[in-house]
Design a protein around this ligand. Sequence first.
Ligand SMILES: NC(=O)c1ccc[n+]([C@@H]2O[C@H](COP(=O)([O-])OP(=O)(O)OC[C@H]3O[C@@H](n4cnc5c(N)ncnc54)[C@H](O)[C@@H]3O)[C@@H](O)[C@H]2O)c1
Ligand SMILES: O=C(O)C[C@H](O)C(=O)O
Length: 309
Amino acid sequence: MKITVVGAGAVGATCADNIVRRELAQEVVLLDIKEGLAEGKSLDIFQTATLLEFDSKIIGSTNDYTKTAGSDVVVITSGIPRKPGMTREELIGINAGIVKTVTTNILEHSPDAIVVVISNPMDTMTYLALQASGLPKNRIIGMGGILDSARFKTYLSLAMNVPPSDLQATVIGGHGDTTMIPLTRLATYSGTPVSEYLSAEALQKVAADTMVGGATLTNLIGTSAWYAPGASGALLVESIVRDQKRIFPCCVYLEGEYGQSDICLGVPVVIGKNGWEKIVDFKLNETEQAAFNKSAEAVRAMNSVLASL
Ligand SMILES: NC(=O)c1ccc[n+]([C@@H]2O[C@H](COP(=O)([O-])OP(=O)(O)OC[C@H]3O[C@@H](n4cnc5c(N)ncnc54)[C@H](O)[C@@H]3O)[C@@H](O)[C@H]2O)c1
Ligand SMILES: O=C(O)C[C@H](O)C(=O)O
């Protein structure tokens, strides 16, 4: 198994680090356009092999795509992150060009790869990667919902004072401050609805905190987050390379599912060796479906900007 991570910045390097620690591939390639960055970070990460006892090799490359040839999975993290006060959507102008070029370069050398898109605005970048590549829809997966769901569980855990790993909670819709939909109705604490532990107001606050989870971190750090994003990317890759068939909310191309078409948006999917293999129907109620439709409207408006770039 061979995995490439494009972008050796904060998210890309953290994702690659998680991938080798979990031994998801014999070979991992970290690639960046900035001279020396990917080589340096890869060497640093590989020097932890004897300390952390993993048996995956990682090498770096400055924009030499021949090194990525034959990759089974490629994770795209290249692109600028937002600064405090910005939305993810404001990154479209610069990141669209980067994601398009990277997708083309990658597929030239790894035509069979499954592509995971992390660069923001992620829903639109996933749609762009699908269009630019012409790949079958199942091989393009946007990562955002896994991260947003992890944040949802974190805020629930803090509010309820219970371990995050005992919580099941999912965020669907777009990966944007106003477009994501934390499904509070379906969240459980080991099978029991969380509404039995939290008041409606408390649950509302958890949902609101989740939606601005990325912005909160960006304001605190000065740039956007990377530990949880990198780990989320690696978890998605793990389900692909180990064919685990885990159900994660991911950004995938919809053709009528959840009432939407010709759009990439976050819905629960089964992830396995073929990429996203099946869309799971959560049977949304009227309010949730209305929120999903509104989210789709916003993402569709952003997708339409692509034509003018
Ligand atoms: N989807 C998510 O859940 C999620 C989570 C966190 C961050 N992000 C997004 O991920 C992206 C990366 O964030 P970051 O914090 O790692 O930023 P960063 O600035 O630390 O790293 C980005 C890297 O991309 C590289 N790069 C730029 N153009 C390139 C090209 N053409 N080819 C190869 N490499 C190129 C840069 O040199 C840089 O090292 C941002 O767009 C950010 O918004 C998404
Ligand atoms: O918040 C951001 O801009 C980065 C990322 O999408 C996140 O949610 O952490």
